[in-house]
Design a protein around this ligand. Structure first.
Ligand SMILES: [Zn+2]
Length: 194
């Protein structure tokens, strides 16, 4: 039965080891040390390598105003304040914006920027009705990473921030929980979009 083995295969059982002759005619030896990997297989760009590499997911959030990308919602808040004089914390605090209202605010700003409107903190503070509209539940950017990080917009200096109320009993306990929250919020977002 051993004779039916494909070239190069090896059988090990209680009767011993039997190796089928390797396919290439130039294999003079018993191919005991035959390495099935060719040099090409070991190059990082050969097929199969992409599955091995770990997927690194860096949250890249596009700035509300410019094209810069920030790796965190709070960094975006700081950037918008420093570079664009847009005070997200103040707008949110002024009107106690909760999760859904903050989504509306984000989409309102993004759509305003897209149509070249000037977005100012004062305007948003004084005209909350401008963005408190159902149509701003609709994402302006496709796969807007900021919409999946809404709860991270919570102002750490404001214990009454509605976004900080979500996990009252279990704040800051670890990354796994944060990931779970993200999924929950993603569902909320998707449900809100139907
Ligand atoms: Zn910016």
């Amino acid at each position: 039965m051993n004779n039916s083995l494909p070239p190069g295969w090896r059988v090990i059982n209680n009767t011993g080891t039997w190796t089928a002759p390797a396919a290439p005619p130039d294999s003079g030896s018993d191919s005991e040390d035959a390495n099935p990997l060719t040099e090409e297989d070991l190059r990082p760009d050969s097929p199969g390598w992409e599955d091995v590499e770990e997927e690194v997911e860096v949250a890249s959030i596009k700035c509300l105003i410019c094209d810069e990308r920030l790796d965190g919602a709070r960094k975006l808040v700081v950037h918008c304040m420093a570079i664009h004089n847009l005070d997200m914390d103040r707008i949110r605090k002024e009107h106690r914006l909760d999760f859904l209202a903050t989504i509306q605010l984000v989409n309102y700003i993004r759509s305003g920027v897209r149509s070249n409107d000037t977005i100012t903190t004062d305007h948003l503070v004084n005209n909350p009705d401008a963005f408190r509209q159902d149509r701003f539940m609709q994402p302006v950017l496709e796969d807007d990473a900021l919409l999946y990080s809404i709860d991270e917009l919570a102002n750490p200096d404001d214990p009454d921030d509605p976004l900080a109320q979500k996990s009252d009993n279990e704040d800051e306990s670890g990354g796994a929980e944060v990931a779970g929250d993200g999924i929950g919020h993603r569902m909320v977002v998707e449900r809100a979009l139907r």
